[in-house]
Design a protein around this ligand. Structure first.
Ligand code: B12
Length: 213
């Protein structure tokens, strides 16, 4: 079985076949899918981020790493058990306007869906008004906003304003997340919940759902 360091290198260098073989070998050895995700795939993207910042990796290589990670995620997807975290409800989720990052958002959508949520994923670069229109159309319980760039974080309060303008702010709970997002940012913009990862997103959705129910 490859070490997590080896798995990280497979993601970073875009070695898809080696990664898939490595994940299968790790699963065969009894490694938990959640641990492979966290210590292998997500940890690899942190390395990629640092190298990107240091200009040791550039967009094409980062994209290749991202695609490789997604291929690995597909193998793990059915195994990412949610245990007793079952919730129910509906959520409209997307990456805010100007932002094209979707790996984290997809992971949150995937886990919420396996936890029992009905998920409407609007994709990337979503206009504030498009979030509001979808919430209105579906009567969703939650709206999830993802932002990975400090420059796109202001689209979160802009989206909250759009929900208010559409007259649906009172009926939907707003969850925010993404690497630069914090609890204090969530408080500042009047979001209802913040989660640092997909597991925490299910937990907070459950808590807020229970509060509302
Ligand atoms: C992959 C990547 C890319 C890929 C994206 C591919 C894709 N399909 O997503 C590409 C190459 C396209 C890209 C482009 C750019 N990127 Co980029 N990218 C990254 C990188 C390396 C990884 C992001 C990632 O996927 N992480 C793994 C996932 C699993 O983690 P996550 O997204 O944080 O999500 C988790 C949580 O945050 C949370 N979460 C996420 N969303 C939500 C939503 C809700 C509702 C909740 C509750 C929780 C939640 O749960 C998730 C799962 O656990 C990061 C570095 C990093 N470490 O974040 C830089 C990074 C985000 N990028 C950065 C930059 C600067 C850019 C560019 C501007 C580069 C350029 N010069 O063009 C462009 C911007 C393009 C745009 N307009 O969006 C900077 C941002 C700096 C900043 N603070 O603003 C970073 C931090 C890299 C760096 N250190 O410099 N990037």
């Amino acid at each position: 079985m490859p070490s997590y360091d080896e798995i990280k290198v497979y993601v970073e260098t875009g070695q898809k076949d080696a990664l898939l073989a490595g994940i299968h070998a790790a699963l065969d050895q009894g490694q938990p899918a959640q641990e492979i995700l966290q210590e292998g795939l997500i940890a690899a993207m942190d390395v990629v981020g640092a190298k990107m910042e240091a200009e040791e990796m550039f967009i094409p290589e980062v994209l290749r790493a991202a695609k490789t990670m997604e291929a690995g995620l597909e193998v793990l997807r059915p195994l990412l058990a949610v245990g007793d975290m079952k919730v129910s409800g509906t959520i409209v989720i997307g990456t805010v306007k100007g932002d094209l990052h979707d790996i984290g958002k997809n992971l949150v959508a995937m886990l919420l869906s396996s936890a029992g949520f009905q998920v409407t994923d609007l994709g990337i670069n979503v206009e504030p008004a498009a979030f509001a229109a979808k919430v209105k159309e579906t009567g969703a319980d939650f709206v999830g906003l993802s932002a990975l760039l400090t420059t796109t974080m202001p689209m979160m309060p802009a989206t909250i304003s759009a929900l208010a303008d559409a007259g649906v702010r009172g009926q939907v709970r707003v969850l925010v997340g993404g690497a630069p997002v914090t609890q204090s940012w969530a408080d500042e913009i009047g979001a209802d919940g913040y989660a640092s990862d997909a597991g925490a997103a299910i937990k907070i959705a459950k808590e807020l759902g229970a509060l509302a129910g």
